[in-house]
Design a binder for this molecule. Structure first.
Ligand SMILES: Nc1nc2c(c(=O)[nH]1)N[C@H]1C(S)=C(S)[C@@H](COP(=O)(O)O)O[C@H]1N2
Ligand SMILES: [Mo]
Length: 523
């Protein structure tokens, strides 16, 4: 099966050469990233470009299939593809030089194009991709040259001693070079960790951080807001249980000492603050239920936490927005943007520049050190994590990350209710069973929840107490179940008396609607 010229062994070495060269490319890329700036390595620019260009249906599929692991899955896929391309480059270079180098150059071109098209990119962002490809390509060339500088020995014989020793020499030099290249890859990768702002540094800074006491603590909700029912979503969502949605392939790592925020644009006065400033400002603590627009009917992309932060209204007051401004464009350190109605930040709701979540500094993946939280608006138009810039502007002048992808400009959270217990296709025993769940309609509150069994009458559920209109409400109902298969359906009414519509809508472009139902088997 061997093609003339290169026995399997040699081809194996060529594949190895490709992998080693790929490692050099990535290592140099990481090292240059540490010097040039975050998210400029070839891996990061390509990965983030894929995230941004992924069609909506695939993104929804990835989020619903892999949940918070969707980025990890993408990284693994990307790693596998890179491995395959590295092997190919090695084989091409062996078989038909400089075909391998041409492939490397093409990949380098693609990475460079991706680097130049990242939001807010600058020419030096090309350096990691170019340096990586240049040195990786050199490694490939040197390594494969060793494999080619000998006549192909007559296979299966030891007859040609001289060819054999040339081969041994070539192989020894090859291995020496390969070891050196692996060394380069490892050293650069390690070096980049030392140079860059490491996750460990930032985690340590987070660990040292003592959150100030709020001037106004969150009203401790009465115990009557909680129902103690197994399987029911806990009233407060623990930080490590809180859903995570963002476009960041790698969680941005921002040291609090380096964090600054500028408020500018259509304002009388530009305001700059840093993290130390923020700690001295009068902070408030508020419980707010956050919801993602991508949440399907019955879905889990909602969470409830106590947020500690500085009111955005107070910050904007210092900047004094122009009368004809109507939007605040917030930008994350990773380039994500959200457009929030200025009115929503000034109308008295608890819109926060948050630094604390459930009594702790924000976790890294929830926006450490600072994020926005705005009651009543879906996250993509309001909840910018790792926020570093607020531009006061107008909806007819600026657009944001998801509105550029045709999601709605204005996105108040729609009323929703969900059955948590019993679960879908649960098997229940006939007789008394508890049905329970949560319902939310931030800014309006929930006034009623009703349950329907099959096509029976709608029955009012028992509502736990309301913590505030911005917080979800737990509910439950005792159900006398009869044997057979049944469908349970839930609907809620908001605080304005507006009932939840049964009209089905998918999350795109401004949030899902429809009644949640579960089918159960009673025996
Ligand atoms: N920087 C940044 N902030 C972001 C996003 C993002 O992609 N990048 N996604 C938003 C969306 S769509 C939602 S629903 C919330 C989710 O916040 P969480 O991950 O803390 O639950 O963050 C918002 N803030
Ligand atoms: Mo979202």
């Amino acid at each position: 099966m061997d093609s003339p010229g290169h026995p399997w062994r040699t081809r194996g070495f060529a594949a190895l050469a490709g992998i080693v060269a790929g490692g050099v490319t990535l290592g140099i890329g990481e090292l240059a990233e540490a010097l040039v700036g975050p998210r400029t390595s070839p891996f990061a620019v390509v990965g983030n470009t894929i995230v941004d260009r992924t069609p909506e249906w695939l993104k929804s599929f990835a989020i619903s299939t892999f949940g918070a692991n969707d980025k990890l899955v993408l990284q693994i896929c990307l790693g596998v593809v890179l491995l395959g391309l590295s092997v190919l480059a090695g084989l091409f270079q062996l078989r038909r030089p400089p075909a391998g180098l041409v492939l490397v150059a093409v990949l380098g071109g693609a990475a460079s194009a991706a680097a130049m098209n990242r939001p807010a990119s600058s020419p030096e962002d090309l350096i990691p991709s170019l340096a990586g490809v240049l040195l990786g390509g050199t490694a490939l060339w040197l390594l494969v040259r060793e494999l080619r500088t000998r006549p192909a020995p007559a296979r299966g014989t030891r007859a040609s001693a001289s060819a054999g020793s040339t081969a041994d020499l070539g192989r020894r030099r090859f291995l020496g070079l390969a070891a050196a290249a692996v060394g380069v890859a490892v050293l650069t990768a390690v070096g980049s960790r030392q140079l860059g702002q490491t996750v460990d540094d930032v985690l340590a800074a987070r660990g040292r951080l003592r959150l100030p006491e709020p001037e106004r603590p969150a009203v401790d909700p009465s115990p009557r807001v909680r129902l103690d029912i197994p399987g029911l979503t806990p009233f407060t969502t623990a930080n490590d249980e809180f859903y995570r949605v963002d476009t960041a392939l790698e969680v941005p790592v921002v040291h609090p000492d380096e964090w600054t925020l500028r408020v500018h644009g259509m304002v009388e006065r530009v305001v700059d603050i840093d993290f130390a400033d923020l700690l001295t400002m009068p902070l408030v603590e508020r419980m707010i239920t956050l919801t993602c627009v991508s949440n399907e009917v019955g879905g889990e992309l909602a969470g409830n936490a106590v947020w500690l932060g500085y009111p955005l209204a107070s910050l904007l007051e210092q900047a004094r927005p122009d009368a004809d401004a109507d939007m605040v464009l917030s930008t994350s350190v990773d380039g994500f943007t959200a457009g929030t109605p200025l009115a929503a930040l000034l109308d008295g709701r608890d819109a926060l520049l948050a630094i604390g979540m459930n009594g702790e500094p924000l976790p890294l993946d929830h926006g450490f050190p600072v994020r926005m939280v705005v009651p009543g608006l879906y996250g993509y138009v309001s909840a910018t994590k790792w926020v570093v810039d607020l531009e006061v502007t107008r909806f007819d002048r600026a657009s944001a990350y998801w509105t550029d992808r045709d999601w709605a400009e204005r996105a108040p959270i729609k009323i929703a209710s969900r059955i948590d217990v019993p679960g879908s296709f649960a098997e229940l025993s006939a007789g008394r069973n508890v049905v329970a769940g949560v319902a939310w309609a931030q800014r309006r509150g929930i006034s009623e929840v009703e349950i329907q069994v099959d096509s029976g009458p709608w029955q009012p559920a028992r509502l736990a107490a309301e913590a505030s209109v911005d917080v979800w409400r737990q509910w439950s109902l005792d159900w006398d179940a009869t044997p057979g298969r049944h469908t349970l359906r839930v609907r809620a009414t908001d605080g304005d008396g507006e009932p939840q519509t049964d009209e089905k809508a998918s999350p795109f472009p401004d949030g899902a609607s429809g009644w949640h139902s579960v089918v159960v088997e009673v025996v």
